[in-house]
Design a protein. Sequence first.
Length: 429
Amino acid sequence: MLRRAGAAASDHRTPEAKLDEAVGLARAIDLEVEQASVVALSALRPATYLGKGKVEEIAGVVKTLDAGIVVMDCALTPVQQRNLEQAWTAKVVDRTGLILEIFGRRARTREGALQVEHAHLTYQRSRLVRSWTHLERQRGGFGFLGGPGETQLEADRRMIEERLAKIETELAKVKRTRELHRESRRRVPYPIVALVGYTNAGKSTLFNRMTAAKVLSADMLFATLDPTLRAVALPHGARVILSDTVGFISDLPTMLIAAFRATLEEVIEADVILHVRDVAHGDAEAQLHDVEKVLRQLGIDPQNDKTDKRALIEVWNKIDRLGAAERARLQNIAERRPAEQRPVLLSAITGEGIDALDAAIEARLSASRVLIELELDPADGAGISWLHRHTEVIRKAMDEQSGRLAMTVRAAPDKANAVRAKFARPGST
């Protein structure tokens, strides 16, 4: 496991912190890391990335440890990867290849597998190294760590192009299907709340806490990949659809962002975005910048621009790992922020702070939706059914004096006028 010194300058991380993350990525696919080190370089070599002396030094380490794989936490060109493999007589995987390998193992749904395969083949199209598995079914994945070996390059290239064309056709169908699902959800008046954040920030644990679901959550990078949606009832009766999404990471390959665009559109369509942060992590601020960068690529302003219809709430997770002094410091920082940018401190593991998060979600939803008081004839079953389909029914009770049905509903601004025109009497709010 190698990490080039100086590569972290642009993202405010130390080389050691980046190396720890790279080790975590390797262990996420069950690799046994025998040795990890930071390599200081004065210049990059076009042929081998590393200098000649360093290549020879590492060759000795690889031979001594009898290592089969060397992971480089950087982006290698196809030529550099091939030359290093020849020099070390071992498989060489760069950061992009490692992340693609993880995604390939984590994908569980048909959509996720297609997206990962598309990204994998796009990456391999320029390489065509012997590790490509030609989609062999025996391994059940799209990996870099084994396979049948080389065949003719032209046959490989043709197979990749044909497979990519087929996947793109299937992904276009997936996108249309997802849009149909979104359209049906728009007809059901439940707001969408999406979880985003750096990988291993605790999104899935928080999702399980809020929904009583059993989504895989583990102390590893990219423990979950495929999006999951569940309906959740908030304390004051409002119902929302909570969406768990793929975690982000620094230097996330652009091909993965493109491949997972259909999945990430769940975030784009959300009414409220919960940015889950691991405030106990030493690189919490650097992780914040990485997530905000991806959000901006999706057209989402992480600073809660008032022109943006979405509301973003920062969730400062894992406070159970902090001492009393650090918790008090973070609480003080949070309270000094403007209301629309104030984070919520919580622990998804213990449940501390969940009530405050529920209240924050309800407050953000209330700010963007209109409460309307109505009175209906109890026999107007069609009208009552219409309200349940097009609005969020907050309260429903029979008025004993008038014999009419009193209802409080909450509607999106674009539907409020339709509700008033159809049901509200003069003087309704």
